[in-house]
Design a protein around this ligand. Structure first.
Ligand code: NAI
Length: 338
């Protein structure tokens, strides 16, 4: 099946080609991201594959549908960038990669915690300048600290497993409890208790209408002074302006972000020679206690293999049998977007 692959970076292409070797779909790799201006590039292609920074809003979906597209194959677990009501109305099936390597994102989240805590990024720069002084590099033992995990699905569970190895006390909040987490001693508590008791709060829930700006001014104010906040889920789970306020007041001590509310205009691009217009993001960059990575939590070889394999399975399933051909766990419907 002819498939337009938007936002396809050179590092991703070999994984998709390998995953497609047996099925032999005609993949048209596009560097461009999907938006109103580029939807026409998919004209005549029944399947379109997109990544997290692509725009699958209602007008873009209508343009794709007019061009003959009937399958939107997401190369991500998150689907908050897709207007699902419009997709259902148009009869465009949406498939995702619900799980690839949960270790990739979980290990990245823990990496952010350790880097912020032990300041590897600052130590690296210092030592290269032959500055071997330790002032300003003091961290804390992870052992014995309390970590609040918001969202204990596939990734949150792995985070709990790793942190349990450090000897952390684990609190969690999730509307559906994960028995594997309970079995390892994670205690489900109210958000209030989680905020009050946690030295580190880490976010692993999806972005939904309920979780948009879950971490707002009130939530930040309810957290322990000096708390470390980690977000590898989706940018808009955190109200960035409120976070900046809490950082300026010194209430939030350390912040690790792999995602940002308005990352679509920034991430996955080399903007090193550009003037960045997003003043909120630029303010975030100025804090010495904020560490930002550009949505690279998923970026391990194993995860990229998994994403490519499931994406091509979704395309093949749809090619053979239409929507019912997509494995059920990979179908995205409005029901999921609660
Ligand atoms: P999952 O679907 O396995 O788990 C999500 C969990 O969040 C579920 O247990 C769900 O019940 C819970 N949840 C839903 N609403 C909640 C709420 N209001 N409060 C607390 N918990 C809530 O998803 P998975 O695979 O663990 O991924 C989690 C998120 O991580 C994804 O939705 C995506 O946004 C993000 N992600 C980020 C990546 C990156 O590269 N930074 C890569 C992959 C995923």
């Amino acid at each position: 099946m002819r498939t337009a692959v938007f936002s396809c970076k050179p590092y991703e292409r070999p994984f998709l080609e390998a995953a497609n070797a047996a099925a032999g779909h005609e993949l048209v790799f596009l560097d461009a991201s999907l938006c109103g201006a580029t939807a026409g590039l998919a004209g005549g292609m029944r399947a379109v594959s997109i990544f997290v920074g692509d725009d699958a809003s209602a007008p873009v979906l209508r343009a794709l549908h007019e061009g003959g597209t009937r399958l939107l194959a997401l190369r991500s677990a998150g689907f908050n960038h897709v207007d699902l009501s419009e997709a259902e109305r148009l009869g465009v099936s949406v498939a995702r990669v619900p799980a690839y390597s949960p270790y990739s994102v979980a290990e990245h989240a823990v990496g952010l915690m350790l880097t912020l805590n032990r300041k590897f990024h600052r130590a690296y720069a210092r030592v290269r300048e032959q500055n071997f002084a330790l002032g300003g590099l003091m961290g804390f033992d992870m052992h014995g600290k309390t970590v609040g995990v918001i969202g204990t699905g596939t990734i949150g569970e792995v985070v709990c497993r790793i942190l349990r190895g450090f000897g952390c006390t684990l609190l969690a909040s999730d509307p559906s409890r994960n028995p594997a987490c309970e079995a390892m001693g994670v205690r489900y508590v109210s958000l209030e208790e989680l905020y009050r008791a946690s030295d580190i709060v880490t976010l692993h829930c999806p972005l939904t209408p309920t979780t948009r700006h879950l971490i707002d001014g009130a939530a930040l104010g309810a957290m322990k002074p000096g708390v470390m906040l980690i977000n590898t889920s989706r940018g808009a789970v955190v109200d960035t302006r409120a976070l900046i306020g809490a950082l300026k007041r010194g209430h939030v001590g350390l912040v690790g972000l792999d995602v940002y509310e308005e990352e679509g205009d920034l991430f996955f691009k080399d903007l090193s020679a550009e003037v960045i217009q997003d003043d909120v993001f630029v303010r975030l960059l100025t804090f010495p206690n904020v560490l930002i990575t550009a949505h690279q939590g998923f970026f391990t070889r194993e995860a990229c293999e998994g994403i490519a394999r499931t994406t091509m399975d979704n395309v093949t399933g749809f090619d053979r049998a239409g929507a019912p051909g997509i494995p059920e766990a990979n179908r995205v419907t409005l029901r999921l977007h609660a």
